[in-house]
Design a protein around this ligand. Structure first.
Ligand code: NI
Length: 168
């Protein structure tokens, strides 16, 4: 397995629209495994392929405390949503920033698992938030897009400064 580099805001590659996966082959399974390892190593609870510069509709999630229950969603689609919930979100592509975002409270999704089998999942709470956040990545959307332009601009300026310092 291998750790994959994670793109950081405001990198424009994070704005790419991901395409559907037609065949869940060994290459995709390997990508799933590498993404799960990368997510754990970065101490994240979710990672979208977009964030590792692979523009396919694939996300991995683990909201368990023990970090032993990875969930892989290939071509995820939302079937139904109910309610509204606000919670604090962060993102491995926006390191160090946490802001309140409004999302649907409960969702039902359909997706393929790592074996390419179709399944449905009902989610609420942190898992529902996480799935919606990661699915946004596949459409080139980031949680900072829900904030005011001023807040987003501040975050962008701070991250650009950090990125410049890291390159030195
Ligand atoms: Ni994210």
């Amino acid at each position: 397995m291998a750790l994959l580099p994670i793109l950081e805001f405001p990198d424009l590659r994070l704005r790419t629209q991901a395409s559907f996966i037609t065949t869940v082959d060994t290459k995709i399974k390997q990508l799933v495994d590498n993404m799960i390892e990368t997510m754990y190593s970065a101490d994240g609870i979710g990672l979208a392929a977009t964030q590792v510069n692979i523009h396919k509709r694939l996300i991995v999630i683990d909201t368990s405390k023990e970090k032993d229950t990875p969930l892989c969603l290939i071509n995820p689609e939302i079937i139904s949503i109910t309610g509204i919930e606000e919670s604090e979100e962060g993102c491995l592509s926006v390191p160090g920033f946490f802001e309140t975002v409004k999302r649907a409270e409960k969702i039902t999704i359909k997706a393929l698992n790592r074996e390419g089998e179709a399944f449905e999942l009902e989610a609420e709470g942190l898992l529902a938030v996480c799935i919606q956040h990661e699915m946004d990545h596949l459409d080139g959307k980031l949680f900072v897009d829900y904030l005011s332009a001023l807040k987003r601009q501040r975050i962008k300026a701070k991250l650009l400064k950090q990125q410049r310092q890291q390159r030195k």
